[in-house]
Design a protein around this ligand. Structure first.
Ligand code: FA5
Length: 323
């Protein structure tokens, strides 16, 4: 009976239950042993021996079945966990740097090639560097050109990257300067297709002997042509910034016939040179502030500046050029 029952067993649990039924403390063998005491004395050894033999047979049978089941379980586990090394691997999607970052890096590479150094400055800036060192005293009306986010009476989110000019002049102690400074800037502008309350600029500043307006124009023309192609036209319009004299705004020609303003620039104002520790009779400088988003809008025909900041993956995915 045990033999036929054993054939149907497929796992350890059922095997243990069946074993208990025969060989457990209250199992069949144990009950048989209990009957020994009722037998006549001369039969006891013989029957006792028989019961022991059956017990041993049963134990051997159960042991054998246990090892069969163990083998079976190992086989099952192996086949369940087997790995098909010929299957293609799982693809993890790797992001790329943001389009703005790509543009900044492209322009950085260009300027580094011309011998410029890349500088950084704080986004939370003092009124002193953001305005006063740039020839914009407290009551100056041109402060309204850059409506600002103040943090306390003396600190604000910088409205342009120009404060890095002032910082660099003071650090450079009268030595020639050739820097660019990319970074985020903030203004209380109303958001629309071409304006954002947060945007990026790349500041440029060159100070040295015999620096002229034509150096500025040549530099701007070459960076625009590097970025947009050698046949791209730019237009310099007279403008006003308190920190440059003369000042210009630069427009880039759009394929649809419009001119789009991308940067402000000019010759560093003598007052700014003086405050920065330079003698305006001995050295001159030019400076510019490029609107990075505007360059992107023009080159990639982006219909709305807010695309840069709303992180729509369908937009971002189109620009995989970066690292
Ligand atoms: C300035 O910020 C000056 N600091 C630039 C400068 C530097 C002039 C050095 C002279 C010497 P402006 O406010 O025009 O200038 O801004 C420069 C560029 O930033 C603009 O030409 C435009 O491309 C971009 N810009 C300005 N406001 C916004 C805005 N709200 N959203 C997106 N881009 C803007």
């Amino acid at each position: 009976q045990a033999k036929t029952q054993l054939e149907t067993i497929e796992n350890n649990n059922d095997l243990n239950n069946l074993k208990a039924q025969y060989l457990g403390k209250k199992g069949d063998i144990a009950s048989l042993m209990m009957t020994l005491k009722d037998l006549p004395n001369d039969e006891k050894p013989k029957v006792g021996k028989q019961i022991n033999e059956i017990k041993q047979q049963l134990e051997a049978m159960f042991e054998e079945k246990r090892s069969v089941i163990e083998q079976l379980e190992i086989q099952l586990k192996l086949s369940a966990e087997s790995i098909d090394v010929t299957l293609p691997g799982l693809q993890t999607e790797i992001g790329t740097s943001h389009l703005l970052q790509q543009i900044v890096e492209e322009l950085e590479a260009f300027f580094i090639g011309l011998g410029y150094e890349v500088k950084e400055g704080p986004e939370v800036e003092s009124d002193h560097y953001n305005f006063e060192m740039l020839n914009l005293p407290k009551d100056h009306p041109a402060r309204a050109m850059q409506d600002s986010f103040y943090i306390d009476p003396n600190r604000l989110l910088r409205t342009h990257t120009s404060p890095v000019q002032a910082r660099t002049m003071l650090e450079s102690a009268g030595e020639p300067i050739k820097i660019i400074c990319p970074g985020k800037v903030y203004r209380r502008d109303d958001d629309d297709q071409t304006h954002s309350h947060q945007f990026m600029q790349i500041e440029g500043l060159v100070i040295g002997e015999d620096i002229s307006m034509s150096d500025l124009k040549g530099t701007l023309l070459s960076v625009i042509r590097k970025f947009f192609g050698q046949d791209r036209e730019i237009r310099l319009r007279p403008s006003y910034f308190p920190f440059t004299e003369p000042s210009v705004e630069v427009d880039v020609h759009h394929e649809d016939g419009r001119w789009i303003e991308v940067l402000g620039a000019g010759m560093v104002h003598p007052n700014v040179l003086k405050m920065g520790g330079y003698d305006p009779d001995k050295v001159q400088g030019f400076a510019f502030g490029i609107g990075v988003e505007r360059l992107g809008i023009l080159k990639y025909k982006i219909d709305d500046i807010r695309q840069f900041y709303t992180n729509d993956i369908r937009f971002l995915k189109q620009f995989k050029g970066g690292r």
